[in-house]
Ligand binder design. Sequence first.
Ligand code: NDP
Length: 336
Amino acid sequence: MEFRRLGKSGLQVSVLSFGAWVTFGTQLNVDAALELMAAAYDHGCNFFDNAEVYAKGQAETIMGEALKKAGWRRDSYIVSSKVFGGAVQNPSPIQRGLSRKHIYEAAYQAIDRLQCDYLDLYFCHRPDRNTPIEETVRAMTELIWRGDVLYWGTSEWSAQEIMEAYAVARQYDLIPPTMEQPQYNMLTRYRVEVEYKRLYNNDTVGLGTTIWSPLASGLLTGKYNDGIPADSRVNLPGYEWLKAMLEGPWGQNSLPKIPGLAKIAGDLGTTLPKLALAWCVKNPHVSTVITGASRLEQVTENFAALDVVPLLTDDVMAEIDKVLGNKETRLYGSSE
Ligand code: NDP
């Protein structure tokens, strides 16, 4: 396993990590979740990602039970939660968002569900345009001062919103965000490669990134090339929106790129999922790639992706860019 600093913090996170979205509480019970987490942990994974909103708190409850059963030393892994969407069905306005009240309550509820004394990472899952950023930065800082959270960050915030949080923290001697959790994969690149570019500089935010959906919910495995397999997440009740995305313009524009990517993987003697994950790891601004899996063989395959990173020469990366046709070079230059 390779470890990378989470932005300019001193926290070393495994470059491949493991998350609970969709799977925990929907496809996996405690024992199945533990089996996959243990496989990831045995491969050197030290970060498990979660959120209050995943299965309305159930994903955190399952992860908490799994961690208890595993019995690993608390100082051997990093666990996260995210606040914004609420952990109840149809949350009222005070049961969601980034007010001080909800940030505090969500943190302590997550700590209870995860059965941990503190959260290593705590993310603002989305920006909240109904709460002043100063209130959010103060609440996050207070949680860190109380020892209940170690590092705070954002998820899917614009560069401007992250800079505002950073500026507020600097102005009032509060703690700025350490990391952002954006979507990043071969099909979704702009934000990580272009929009955040200046935030990686250690003279400013020194932003770390814990990137999500590296396989674009499975599309980048090739499993949707010939229709929708019955046992995939796209067929789960509650995920009709994902099916609509796959069958809509996004899926239809993306699917024709898959055979070209699969050919590159084949020529390298590897598989498409491993190529797609290694491609994310190749970006030095990615601190960790949060993988997801609903069965053991997927974890085994995904954690072998690190072997593919050295095969991604400049020529191979250029070949991939040619198939993807989505590398942005016009505004700020290349992603390097
Ligand atoms: P991926 O895009 O990698 O999708 C994972 C899914 O793809 C698996 O559950 C499985 O689905 C399928 N899959 C995985 N590996 C393989 C393989 N080797 N071969 C075939 N199919 C495979 O990641 P996720 O979308 O799950 O996101 C990862 C994590 O990121 C989440 O768990 C969560 O922690 C975080 N996240 C954060 C978000 C945010 O807003 N901050 C949003 C979304 C995710 P199937 O069951 O269909 O086989």
